[in-house]
Ligand binder design. Structure first.
Ligand SMILES: [Fe+2]
Ligand SMILES: [Fe+2]
Ligand SMILES: [Fe+2]
Ligand SMILES: [Fe+2]
Length: 580
């Protein structure tokens, strides 16, 4: 029993069962070395660059190829790589490793030949190659080449796939480079395993030095790439950053996030076929996955397009739920619950808000020309009026003390009123999500009552998702699709909404004078209430509720982002105070 658990553990670590290897598999072992060397040697593809049949290109395709700024740097990089790999190979005494590294060097030279032949076939003029200088520190040079292949191959995998999909180059030409791509995949796999093996097979006193060297190589490569990106790398090297900036060059408009996803997927695909026990290059994929979290998710629709309009309008219609407030399963409440419900100080405000919402949306609907938008907005107006009706039913049924006042006349500028109302809903809903969760958890009212409120919350969530998409659609139609411009507009409206909210809270405090929502009624709700907990609930509930909506739709992001920042600071602050 015990041994089978140990086996399972080993299998999980190595991705390999027993298969007559009772000793198991260890990084740095002879077996490891044999594995990564054989991987390279046994998958060798004996093609000859000289016999590649370069497809005839039409003038456009040829012009595109010639205009790519990468040919000089590509040829020179392969030339340098060959010399560096071969030079390091000469210092290695282990015969199997020596053979594998020699093959790696041979393949780099062959890459250079493939490129040079192609360039010649299409009449591209190359700059004169600089003399290739044998490196003094062979190990350092081998590592610089190895790690820069880890970076470049990762991005090249994605760009290559992109070029293939876009049809920017004829597929015959793309196919010619397939072996080069796959070879780079083998090279980086070989290289990272060599690093893992090598550092475990050196005397202990060299290891810290080697670790520093690895850091040094990365620092050098990052410095080199930043320098190139800023254009201070000098003209001849100016296209070293092609792999990072190259998506435009292959003729496709793609967001950085989408390109990163493609690179990650291609990286996994290309390295998937090799022995699972081998270490995978993971630094670049991990960094990219980390950076990916801060990039926008791929947009399936272009903001402001008809497809966008149809998506958010259809989604809104499709998620409509039919009910009649009178016929909802209103529960019987006991005296204590009834007192708590009646004690809530904001029913007056809620009823008024819903009545006004219904009126604003209804009047705004009249001004909308687009039939698809008109139908959806009319539906929202109907739902707002139904919210008011739901609150009315509740007030009557449970004897809540609320007077219904006539509405103030609506503003003349109904479009601005609609926008103000929409941003106001975004604020109210976000805060409402938190209040609702805390009240529910505290058992402020029976679950059956919360089930009814839930209907309302879900509709408000639909409203704000609809609203932010409508807003972005409108802005985009006016040529203001960029995120920063939309952000500025939203900021202005959010500021107004928050100001109104503060005003309402002040007025409410004066009117109620704190007496109705008395300590006894509030205690159950407010027990253990902290600002941080409230914010966490708003944030968490918002995320949970928004998850249900179609990926392609925008969601309100201002308050969630703000809450995220506030929560991070609060956590940091409490960590500093109690650093346990
Ligand atoms: Fe290469
Ligand atoms: Fe390579
Ligand atoms: Fe509403
Ligand atoms: Fe609403």
């Amino acid at each position: 029993m015990e041994s089978s658990v140990a086996d399972a553990g080993r299998t999980a670590r190595t991705g390999h069962g027993q298969e007559g290897r009772p000793g198991g598999f260890r990084l740095g072992s002879e077996q490891h070395k044999a594995l990564f060397c054989r991987m390279l040697l046994d998958t060798f593809d004996p093609y000859k660059p000289a016999v590649i049949d370069w497809p005839t290109l039409d003038p456009d395709a040829r012009a595109r190829l010639v205009s790519l700024p990468i040919w000089d740097i590509a040829v020179q990089t392969e030339g340098k790589a060959r010399l560096r790999v071969v030079t390091y190979g000469e210092t290695v005494s282990d015969p199997l490793l020596k053979e594998a590294i020699a093959l790696n060097g041979f393949e780099e030279g062959r890459h250079k030949d493939v490129l040079a032949n192609m360039v010649r076939a299409y009449g591209i003029e190359l700059a004169e190659e600089p003399p290739y200088v044998k490196p003094r520190d062979a190990e350092w040079a081998f590592m610089v080449t190895g790690y820069s292949e880890c970076i470049d191959s990762f991005f090249a995998f994605g760009l290559f796939e992109l070029a293939k999909r876009s049809g920017y180059f004829p597929s015959d030409l793309v196919d010619t480079f397939e072996p080069v791509m796959q070879e780079e995949g083998r090279h980086i796999l070989f290289f990272v395993n060599w690093v893992a093996w090598h550092k475990r097979n050196m005397p202990w006193w060299r290891r810290p030095w080697f670790a520093l060297k690895v850091l040094g190589v990365w620092a050098f490569l990052i410095w080199e790439r930043i320098g190139i990106a800023r254009g201070i790398g000098g003209a001849p090297d100016a296209d070293n950053s092609f792999t990072v900036t190259g998506s435009k060059s292959v003729g496709v408009e793609i967001s950085t996030g989408e390109l990163m996803d493609l690179c990650l997927a291609e990286n996994d695909r290309r390295l998937a076929g090799y022995d699972p026990r081998l270490r995978r290059p993971n630094v670049v994929p991990r960094l990219v996955r980390f950076a990916r979290r801060f990039m926008a998710r791929p947009k399936t629709v272009e903001l402001g397009s008809t497809a966008h309009r149809d998506l958010f309008c259809q989604h809104f219609k499709a998620t409509y739920q039919h009910y009649e407030p009178e016929k909802l399963p209103w529960p019987e409440l006991d005296e204590a619950a009834l007192a708590r419900l009646r004690g809530v100080p904001f029913w007056q405000e809620v009823l008024h808000t819903e009545l006004r919402a219904g009126a604003i949306v209804k009047q705004f609907t009249e001004t909308v020309d687009d039939p698809v938008l008109k139908e959806a907005i009319a539906l929202q107006g109907f739902e707002e009026a139904r919210h008011a009706e739901l609150i009315r039913v509740m007030i009557k049924r449970y004897g809540i003390d609320v007077q219904e006042h006539a509405l103030d006349p609506l503003p003349a500028d109904i479009t601005t009123a609609f926008k103000d109302f929409g941003f106001g809903e975004c604020v109210d809903s976000f805060l409402g999500f938190g209040v609702f969760k805390i009240a529910h958890e505290a058992g402020f009212l029976p679950d059956s009552m919360f089930a009814i409120f839930e209907t309302l919350m879900y509709e408000e969530t639909r409203h704000i998702v609809f609203f932010v998409n409508w807003m972005a659609y409108n802005e985009a139609r006016r040529g203001r699709a960029s995120a920063w411009r939309r952000g500025l507009t939203s900021l202005r409206y959010y500021y107004r909404a928050l100001k109104r909210l503060v005003g309402t809270a002040r007025r409410g405090a004066q009117q109620n004078d704190g007496k109705e929502f008395s300590a006894t009624q509030a205690s159950v709700f407010l027990e253990g209430f902290t600002f941080r907990r409230f914010l966490e609930n708003c944030y968490g509930e918002n995320a949970r509720r928004m998850k249900e909506f179609d990926e392609g739709l925008l969601r309100p992001s201002f308050l969630p982002k703000l809450a995220d920042v506030a929560l991070s600071s609060l956590r940091l602050w409490s960590f500093r105070r109690n650093p346990a």
